[in-house]
Ligand binder design. Structure first.
Ligand SMILES: Cc1cc2nc3c(=O)[nH]c(=O)nc-3n(C[C@H](O)[C@H](O)[C@H](O)COP(=O)(O)OP(=O)(O)OC[C@H]3O[C@@H](n4cnc5c(N)ncnc54)[C@H](O)[C@@H]3O)c2cc1C
Length: 468
């Protein structure tokens, strides 16, 4: 009989949750194996999510400057976008970082195993690969199998016309027209990319507003900006009867006032959320509990099966974000290694959307704070009052601070504007350090910077901002 190899920890999945957890385990001296079914490491985030989209968004930002350079006194004649090269750059970045993950795992002495993992119960994991089937065992297991795009009923992804995040990132040319169903972060980021590359973009959202998890004012501002950029936005709308045509796709749109219209486009992107990868991984062989397909965990990320943890997009109750996956990995590994583990605080998770204008937010929205009964006071500062924003040519948007009047507690901060996704970092640190509005008002913000607007927004809570 073949001897079963034993580990302190087996991690299933090499996304930002899994690979970070494996490295941390290596740092703590745990004998660790990481199992990944794909040839490349990095998961959704690195291969077909966060990183490739941000590469394209960066190119869209650069291209935008070439399209309107006159305001800066620059004349750029015959500027043209060579999309295959844009794609090569994106792929180069992805490959560089995927190789980087391999190098980091090696340095942390993590054993990398390529194959499909299935939980067998009792600390055992079966791995199927081209070279056969092997069984491994471990004191601890982390499920970090991530998620995949949800499809609409009856539809299958198709590289020619019905796309998910995977197929759209693999296009070889900029489509002439694109309908996007779903206006969460993924949908609006692709709208922001392709509109600026010249595509005629329509965004269809069933809910009453785009980026629906954000503060209502943020949704309104993004919609206003999108419309200004001539992105068609249909909220409270339904897309049905999706069919392939000779040139692409057509569907029936029912708008919020009940009018029906046929929409046609070269491509259709389905961006209606992500399904956790918890099917066919052997959950039934364990005591792991599911809630609508997501894994239920305790504050240490432990599942119903002792020694089996879950992190990242498969977890019930935390947002599907790369930095959440990573943090949850740190908590799980600290717990199994007997080190201090601070549970994740859902109220201090930054959410970022890298559109133009960009969004960054943390904590409660104004509506949530009012619902919870706080004595809400709001400070708001527009980027129009920030000289750095004007210099950059992007003075759209604002920063909104939601605070409690009683003790000056910062309940939430919401940014939409230039580099909004970077600026939110200060607010996250302030909330983590339990700084009050008063502390942030005294904090010196360098001039001229975009983050000066953050200082002004905190002052605005007491009606004391200077430049607006
Ligand atoms: C287009 C897009 C853009 C995004 N942008 C951002 C962003 O800007 N910022 C952000 O925070 N989040 C972003 N996200 C979300 C982010 O990608 C996910 O939250 C993150 O990847 C979750 O990490 P994870 O480790 O849980 O799983 P994943 O990254 O999904 O990785 C899971 C890994 O497990 C492997 N696996 C699955 N099952 C098995 C098995 N049985 N055996 C072996 N291996 C298996 C998979 O192949 C995969 O490599 C984006 C997502 C998309 C789709």
């Amino acid at each position: 009989m073949m001897k079963i190899v034993s580990y302190d920890l087996i991690v299933i999945g090499s996304g930002p949750g899994g690979y970070s957890a494996a490295i941390r385990a290596g740092q703590f001296g745990l004998k660790t194996a990481l199992i990944e079914k794909q040839a490349k490491l990095g998961g959704t985030c690195l291969l077909v999510g966060c990183i490739p989209t941000k590469s394209l968004l960066h190119t869209a930002d650069v291209w935008e400057h070439f399209l309107n350079p006159e305001a800066d006194g620059i004349h750029a004649e015959n500027a043209r976008l060579e999309y295959p090269k844009v794609k090569d750059r994106k792929d180069g970045i992805v490959n560089k970082h995927s190789n980087g993950v391999a190098m980091l795992l090696k340095r942390a002495k993590v054993e990398r195993i390529t194959g499909y993992a299935t939980l067998k119960g009792g600390g055992k994991v079966e791995v199927k690969s081209d070279s056969g089937v092997q069984t491994l065992e471990a004191k601890n297991i982390i499920i970090a199998t991530g998620s995949e795009a949800r499809m609409l009923p009856g539809l299958e992804p198709d590289p020619d016309y019905i796309l998910t995040n995977i197929e759209i990132l693999d296009l070889n040319a900029v489509p002439k027209s694109l309908i996007i169903i779903g206006a969460g972060a993924v949908g609006v980021e692709f709208a922001s990319i392709f509109k600026r590359f010249g595509t005629d973009v329509t965004v269809v959202e069933m809910l009453p507003r785009i980026v629906p998890v954000e503060d209502e004012d943020i949704s309104k501002e993004l919609e206003r900006n999108f419309k200004k950029q001539k992105i068609r936005v249909e909220t409270g709308a339904k897309a049905e009867n999706i069919q392939k045509t000779a040139t692409g796709v057509k569907l029936t749109l029912t708008t919020k006032d009940g009018k029906q219209e046929t929409l046609e486009a070269e491509k259709l992107l389905i961006a209606v959320g992500r399904k956790p990868n918890t099917d066919n991984i052997g959950i039934e062989n364990t005591k792991v509990k599911l809630d609508r397909g997501f894994i239920v965990v305790d504050q240490n990320q432990m599942t119903g099966e002792p020694g089996v943890y879950a992190i990242g997009d498969v977890v019930a109750g935390t947002p599907q974000l790369a930095h959440v996956a990573t943090r949850e990995g740190m908590i799980a590994v600290a717990h199994m290694a007997g080190k201090p583990a601070v549970p994740i605080n859902k109220n201090r998770i930054p959410g970022c959307t890298y559109t133009q204008p960009g969004i960054g937010s943390v904590g409660l929205t104004e509506a949530q704070a009012r619902e919870k009964g706080y004595k809400v006071k709001v400070g708001r500062f527009p980027f129009a009052g920030d000289s750095r924003a004007t210099i950059l040519g992007h003075h759209e948007g604002f920063i909104k601070v939601v605070a409690d009047e009683t003790h000056g507690e910062i309940l939430g901060v919401h940014v939409i504007g230039p580099e909004g996704f970077e600026l939110i970092g200060e607010a996250v640190a302030a909330m983590e350090a339990e700084a009050t509005v008063d502390v942030m008002m005294q904090t010196i913000h360098a001039h001229p910077t975009l983050y000066e607007a953050m200082g002004e927004a905190f002052n605005a809570v007491y009606g004391l901002s200077i430049n607006a």
